[in-house]
Write a protein that binds this ligand. Structure first.
Ligand code: CAA
Length: 246
């Protein structure tokens, strides 16, 4: 298998860490960004103890200039980015009638704006080299909506609109663009949902449990493979059966 350079945004989070590890396990060189130095260093120590060496670069993907500097630094250290996983995401859950503009804007900028900011920096290189893999990590809640998540669901649904347009524009350049839509995975983000609310959600998952981060990473590894060259513009739902729309 060809070893490539992969950038996974938000790689220090629950699903992001699993994606970084899975891609490293496939033989790729993996970089991610961080915003908090202290959290990043602790994360890197933990990964090293587990036998993983990742390239960590400071960068706020919600900010276009910072995203540009991030990509430039990763490419300086590792070489051209062939695999991009737009995984960085935050929540600011509240019902819409209580939502303020900052809660709307932060989620749109981080979850959806980042797709523009980072992808815009790697797309020319991928087109020139005639190979690329871009994966958006969206959410089941972008597919079905969720009480308290008008901001998050709008951003996550927008990510798939982004995917299918980019897939069209770049198909002739050996670049595939796909979305993975996880359901409720046992990460810090989901564990921050009030316990009573979370238990009601788990009760709606036919498989009967939260997902594991590795179960999302597995699909990303599948999509970035050379053999997945004919899969583009797809949205892979991984949600334990919670939502089966198609
Ligand atoms: N369906 C119907 N009614 C609901 C509801 C639902 N799903 N959720 C809440 N309500 C109702 C409550 O029963 C309550 O009704 P009453 O006032 O009649 O008792 C009312 O809404 C509460 O509304 P409030 O505006 O007062 O809301 P709140 O301040 O109590 O908080 C909330 C509401 C923020 C939405 C909270 O319920 C919550 O955190 N929900 C979970 C949201 C969620 O799933 N987030 C996912 C985070 S993880 C993630 O995003 C990863 C991923 O991709 C899956």
């Amino acid at each position: 298998m060809t070893s490539r350079v992969a950038l996974v945004t938000g790689g220090t989070g629950g699903i992001g860490t699993a994606i970084c590890r899975y891609l490293a396990g496939l033989g790729h060189k993996v970089a991610t960004n961080y915003r908090s130095e202290a959290k990043a260093k602790a994360w890197q120590d933990e990964q090293r103890k587990a036998g993983f060496e990742f390239t960590l670069v400071m960068g706020d993907v919600a900010d276009p200039a910072s995203a540009q500097a991030l990509v430039q630094e990763v490419e300086k250290q590792l070489g051209p980015i062939d695999i991009l996983v737009n995984n960085a995401g935050i929540t600011r859950d509240t019902t819409f009638h209580k939502m303020n503009h900052a809660q709307w804007q932060d989620v749109i900028a981080t979850n959806l704006g980042s797709c523009f900011n980072v992808t815009r920096q790697v797309i020319d290189g991928m087109r020139a080299r005639k190979w690329g893999r871009i994966v958006q990590i969206s959410s089941v809640n972008g597919q079905k909506g969720q009480y308290g998540q008008a901001n998050y669901a709008a951003a996550k649904a927008g990510m798939h609109g982004f995917t299918i347009s980019l897939a069209l524009e770049n198909a002739k350049f050996g670049i595939t663009v796909n979305t993975v839509s996880p359901g409720y995975v046992g990460t810090d983000m989901v564990m921050a949902v009030p316990e009573d609310v979370r238990n009601k959600i788990i009760a709606q998952i036919p498989v009967g449990r939260l997902g594991e981060p590795g179960e999302i990473a597995y699909a990303v590894g599948f999509l970035v493979d050379d053999k997945a060259a004919w899969i583009t513009g797809a949205n892979i739902s991984i949600n334990g059966g919670q939502y089966m729309g198609w």
